[in-house]
Design a binder for this molecule. Structure first.
Ligand SMILES: O=C(O)c1cccc(C(=O)CC[C@H]2O[C@@H](n3cnc4c(=O)[nH]cnc43)[C@H](O)[C@@H]2O)c1
Length: 222
């Protein structure tokens, strides 16, 4: 059996409710995920933020049992409605750099490497085929959730094609790239990126969307 065209896939979520949503989706499709030695799919909680996500991903990938990793969870939508899905063409560390009177200077401009990790083309193709209604574009990874109009405008000016914002993708991607494992990112939308309105977040809708998306992925897999 395979999942998304891969023999052994690791799914990394930030928090346990996201892991449970992924497991419900697999269950809906009749796929069993266990954190055991023989599983096709293993779902791990990595923690919130890039450091925890990268460390967890690196630790689990070091077992050498995986040929793909998917960063999955809820996220802020950029032109994508609550409950909808966003698939990353790349994960971008959008606030990794330096501020300056002239504006933000990213990692690339500073000469310290790249703030972008592209999704694996095969994994991206499998995700978009299974989820034809999902938005497809760069998914931004931030350390601080965007919460002001000025911050939103700055971010969108720098990343006009971005479809979502979350806090882990770049960390998972960096760990995957270092060991040559295929990487992808899937987000379902809990809130719009914009001025902070925590009461408007719909985590439940996004988790339900995540379960449905994962079920679609599993059903499409031969
Ligand atoms: O209420 C808050 O201020 C708050 C601050 C930090 C994190 C949270 C979470 O709920 C973390 C869970 C998870 O959610 C992802 N997420 C969801 N929406 C966004 C967003 O608009 N921008 C960035 N990340 C978002 C993120 O990946 C976290 O892991 C709440």
């Amino acid at each position: 059996m395979s999942f998304l065209g891969h023999r052994r896939i690791l799914v990394v979520t930030a928090v346990e409710p996201e892991r449970q949503a992924v497991l419900r989706g697999l269950d809906l499709a009749g796929v069993t995920a266990e954190n055991g030695a023989d599983s096709t799919i293993v779902v791990e909680v990595g923690g919130v933020g890039t450091a925890a996500a990268a460390a967890t991903t690196a630790r689990v990938l070091a077992l050498g049992r995986f040929d793909a990793v998917l960063s999955a969870g809820v996220g802020g939508g950029i032109g994508v409605p609550v409950g909808g899905a966003a698939i990353a063409t790349a994960s971008v560390a959008a606030d990794l750099g330096a501020d300056s009177p002239e504006g933000f200077l990213g990692l690339d401009e500073l000469g310290f490497g790249s703030a972008t990790v592209a999704a694996d083309p095969g994994l991206l193709a499998a995700l978009t085929a299974a989820l034809p209604d999902a938005a497809v574009g760069p998914v931004l990874t931030v350390s601080t959730v965007t919460g002001t109009l000025a911050g939103t405008r700055d971010l969108l000016a720098r990343h006009p094609d971005a479809v979502a914002e979350a806090m882990e993708g770049f960390g998972v991607a960096t760990a995957a790239a270092q060991v040559g494992v295929a990487f992808g990112e899937l987000r379902t939308i809990s809130n719009a990126v914009g001025p902070r309105d925590r009461a408007a977040w719909r985590i439940g809708d996004a988790l339900e969307g995540l379960s449905k998306a994962i079920a679609c992925l599993a059903e499409l897999t031969p």
